[in-house]
Design a protein around this ligand. Sequence first.
Ligand code: THU
Length: 161
Amino acid sequence: MKEIKFDRSLHVYDSLDELSDEDRSLLLRAQEQLPNAYAPYSNFHVASAVLLEDGQIYFGVNQENASYPLCLCGERVALFNAGANAPNIPPKTIAIIAKNQQKETLEPVTPCGACRQVICEFEIKHNTDIRILLKGGDSEKVYLIKSGKDLLPFFFDPSFL
Ligand code: THU
């Protein structure tokens, strides 16, 4: 038996002032999209902005449906938007903002497992790490995670197929 340890880190910022201009701007651009979320069933709004290596930014917001299982998360809408429009440009950073319309969202909201898997797929496709910025809609606290693989260490690897 051997034990394999993982080296992961979470950077926590208490204020947007502590971020680089690029990261702060990306988070604020994502936050501007929150009102576009289509979330009449959960009232939980999620907006995401994907910054590509060439400076382009693609956005996404969650898309709900009366047939509940069809709902799609904001992160995946943003990544698929980038994948559809700039398939060969590697993503550098994804910013994700969530806001519960019924109570304050003071803590950063971490992406669901499905979105983590999709972030990992984009990392593998482009042979890069994607930085992940997380923020709640009602506070300035921000988490920075250096890679999707840090959020989902045992992701389903395309090499299995
Ligand atoms: N949601 C996201 O957009 N991202 C996540 O990572 C988790 C949840 C959305 C899906 C649904 O529209 C609402 O939040 C409540 O689950």
